[in-house]
Write a protein that binds this ligand. Structure first.
Ligand SMILES: Cc1cc2nc3c(=O)[nH]c(=O)nc-3n(C[C@H](O)[C@H](O)[C@H](O)COP(=O)(O)OP(=O)(O)OC[C@H]3O[C@@H](n4cnc5c(N)ncnc54)[C@H](O)[C@@H]3O)c2cc1C
Length: 307
């Protein structure tokens, strides 16, 4: 396993943004991961665990530490339970499970990134979330070197939330999911249908980091306004951050080469040679406007690194 120096981070993210990492290593298994952690300790530098890079914004000034890229690509099936390495792409996992006639989770198709990243953020789309099929995860505690088996209750999943979001000292190595028996052709068709739907909604194949802000919990007045406008009730008092950004006149807003999406203002898109400074300027403008006009404090869903 090689540790590279001054490694460009830009290419590792779907946003195509970021400076250089002082060190970079790819962990294909738990042994590699432990060696990389030991290296960071010896060099006395911070480390950051990266999956598919679809929910991070790296600073243009880079990361003065070690990026640990999780590449664990194991895959096994026992009846209807699939055990998947954290580095396997989410779509790849769904397609491989489909080949074994296991599905029921096709609403997740097209969400970029890795299985590890999806578990950590309880990724979801079209009414499905990781927690719906999650059984357990094998996890490394980076401070003690202990391997821990997390069951559903221990993960404390919620809307784009899990225990791991609050505890970055744990790294997910692999996870088990219980899927539903079906037929490969049907599942494959569902997967393709979901991807087409995402393309129609302009949330597929774009240079972005996904939803920039978490959907905020708002007061009853705004919840009612959302219902009047969209005809759907907000869930758990949350309204889409993109809806608030639209109201605040942010859709289309462009700073440099970073633009808030036309259909989804909560997706910031790199339309050229965008950089992290422009991302932060647009983010700051969005937060200020939504706070001043609606009294709502937006919080990032994306993970900011190196700022
Ligand atoms: C075009 C586009 C559309 C998107 N649509 C959706 C959507 O519909 N629904 C949705 O939920 N998300 C969506 N996202 C966001 C993103 O795809 C998800 O958050 C995804 O699950 C992130 O996974 P990742 O592997 O890319 O994580 P990364 O971006 O690599 O990392 C995100 C965070 O997870 C941590 N992490 C990564 N791997 C591990 C691990 N093995 N153990 C512990 N921590 C880890 C990282 O340290 C970081 O803090 C979209 C993104 C894009 C670019």
């Amino acid at each position: 396993m090689e540790i590279k120096e001054n490694f460009s981070l830009k290419e590792l993210t779907t946003f195509d943004i970021g400076g250089q990492a002082r060190y970079y290593g790819h962990a294909m298994d738990c042994g590699d991961l432990k060696k990389l952690l030991q290296f960071a300790k010896e060099q006395n530098v911070a480390f950051f665990v990266l999956g598919g890079g679809s929910n991070v914004v790296f600073s243009d000034s880079g990361f003065d530490g070690l990026i640990i890229h999780i590449g664990i690509d194991t895959f096994g099936i026992d009846q209807d339970v699939v055990t998947v390495g954290a580095g396997v792409g989410l779509l790849d996992f769904l397609r491989r499970a489909a080949r074994a006639d296991l599905g029921g989770f096709s609403g997740m198709a097209g969400i970029p990134g890795s299985v590890g990243g999806a578990v950590r953020g309880n990724a979801g789309a079209f009414g499905q979330e990781i927690k719906d099929v999650f059984v357990s995860a094998r996890v490394l505690h980076t401070l003690t070197g202990e391997l821990v088996e997390f069951d559903l209750a221990m993960c404390d999943f919620g809307y784009r939330h899990s225990f791991f979001k609050e505890h970055s000292e744990y790294v997910i190595l692999e996870a088990k999911f219980a899927l539903t028996k079906s037929h490969e052709t049907e599942i494959a068709a569902e997967i393709e249908k979901t991807i087409s739907l995402r393309e129609e909604k302009h949330i597929q194949g774009i240079r972005s980091a996904g939803s920039f802000f978490i959907n905020p919990v708002v007061g009853e007045e705004l919840q009612e306004e959302f219902f009047r406008d969209k005809g759907v009730r907000s869930r758990g008092g949350r309204v889409p951050a993109g809806w608030l950004l639209d109201l605040a006149g942010l859709s289309h807003k462009r700073i440099g080469d970073i633009q808030a999406g036309e259909m989804h203002a909560n997706y910031f898109i790199n339309v050229g040679e965008g950089n992290s400074d422009q991302v932060m300027q647009l983010s700051s403008l969005a937060k200020t406007r939504v706070r001043d006009q609606y009294g709502v404090k937006l919080a990032e869903e994306v993970q900011l690194v190196g700022f």
